[in-house]
Design a binder for this molecule. Structure first.
Ligand SMILES: [Zn+2]
Length: 289
C-alpha cells in the first residue's frame, strides 16, 4: 500500500478550498497491537486517529489535539490524541461482553474537540452532539457549527489500514461559486475501496481531474505514547497511601497498564514506599527576596 503513514496537505489553485489526506498503516497496527477491540470499536478508533491527524494538520500550533467521542451507551469513550509532530495514540472504554451489534454510544453521544496549545491563548474546546454513530458526519457538523466553514470528511478503516480525507472551504470570495458543490459531487463518486487503496496523488488526480490541485510534500505520521513510570507514580500518589496499602495487601504489588499503549508498570512494596516518601518532600519553591 503506497503512502502508508504519511499525511499530505493540498489546495485547489483556482478557488479557496484546501484539504488534508492521511493513511495510517504501521501507526494503526501498532495502536491495535495490544488491544482486542470488537469490530465497531476498532473501526471508530481508527477513524478517530486518522481524523485527529487531519484536524491537527489543518492548524498552526504547538501542542496536542484531543478528539473525544463520549456517550452513555455500552461504548463510553473513544479518545484519539495527535500532537503537532503528528504523533498519535488512542484508547476506548466500553462494557466488555456486550454483543457486537449492540455496542454504541447510546442516545446522548457527543463529539468533543480540545486543543491544548503550549500558549494559553491556544486552548480551545468545542462540542457537538453525535448524530447517528457516524464520526465523519459529526465532524462535518462540527465544522459547520463551530467554524462556520463547511468541510467534507471521508473515513475508511479496515483491520490493516485507515485512510481519511478532508476538504474545507476557506474564508474569502471565490471567483468560482460552484466550486464547493462541484468538489463534493466529485467526492460522491469515490468508492470506499478507492479511498482505502489509492495513493494520495492518484486519488486527487482521478477525482478532481479537471481541477488544478497543488499537493505539498508529505509529513510522516507515527504512533507514540507519552506514558512514563514517573507519570504513573504521580497518578498513584493521588490515590493516597491508604488505597495503595490496600492494593499491596490484596495483590502483593501495584500494577498499572497504560490504556493507550498497553505498557505495564509494576510497583512493589518498596517502590510504593518510595513514591509515597517522595510525596512528603515539598516541591522546591522559587525564592522570594
Ligand atoms: Zn502508554
Amino acid at each position: 500500500m503506497a503512502d502508508g503513514d504519511r499525511l499530505y496537505r493540498f489546495l485547489f489553485e483556482d478557488f479557496p478550498i484546501r484539504g488534508q489526506w492521511v493513511r495510517l498503516e504501521a501507526t494503526w497496527q501498532e495502536a491495535q497491537s495490544r488491544r482486542t477491540d470488537p469490530e465497531p470499536v476498532r473501526r471508530l478508533l481508527g477513524e478517530a486517529m486518522a481524523a485527529s491527524a487531519l484536524l491537527t494538520a489543518g492548524l498552526k500550533f504547538e501542542g496536542r489535539l484531543n478528539l473525544q467521542i463520549e456517550g452513555e451507551g455500552p461504548l463510553r469513550l473513544v479518545l484519539a490524541q495527535c500532537d503537532h509532530l503528528l504523533h498519535l495514540r488512542a484508547t476506548a472504554r466500553y462494557d466488555q461482553g456486550v454483543p457486537t451489534d449492540q455496542i454504541g454510544f447510546g442516545e446522548h453521544g457527543r463529539l468533543l474537540l480540545a486543543l491544548e496549545g503550549r500558549d494559553p491563548g491556544e486552548r480551545y474546546q468545542g462540542v457537538v452532539p453525535l448524530t447517528g454513530e457516524n464520526l465523519a458526519g459529526a465532524l462535518e457538523h462540527y465544522f459547520a457549527q463551530s467554524e462556520q466553514l463547511p468541510a467534507r470528511v471521508l473515513l475508511a478503516a479496515s483491520e490493516q489500514i485507515v485512510t481519511a480525507l478532508l476538504i474545507q472551504r476557506m474564508p474569502g470570495e471565490s471567483a468560482d461559486p460552484d466550486a464547493w458543490n462541484r468538489c463534493n459531487h466529485l467526492l460522491d463518486t469515490l468508492e470506499a475501496a478507492e479511498l482505502q487503496q489509492w495513493p494520495a496523488e492518484t486519488l486527487l488526480r482521478r477525482v478532481f481531474a479537471e481541477e488544478t490541485v497543488r499537493l505539498f510534500e508529505p509529513a510522516p505520521v507515527s504512533f507514540r505514547c507519552r506514558c512514563s513510570r514517573d507519570g504513573v507514580a504521580a497518578m498513584l500518589r493521588q490515590l493516597g497511601s491508604e488505597e495503595l496499602q490496600d492494593i499491596l495487601r490484596e495483590q502483593g504489588s501495584v500494577s498499572v497498564t497504560c490504556e493507550f499503549c498497553g505498557r505495564e508498570y509494576g510497583f512493589d512494596a518498596v517502590d510504593v514506599g518510595q513514591l509515597l516518601a517522595d510525596d512528603t518532600v515539598p516541591p522546591a519553591s522559587p525564592s522570594t527576596h
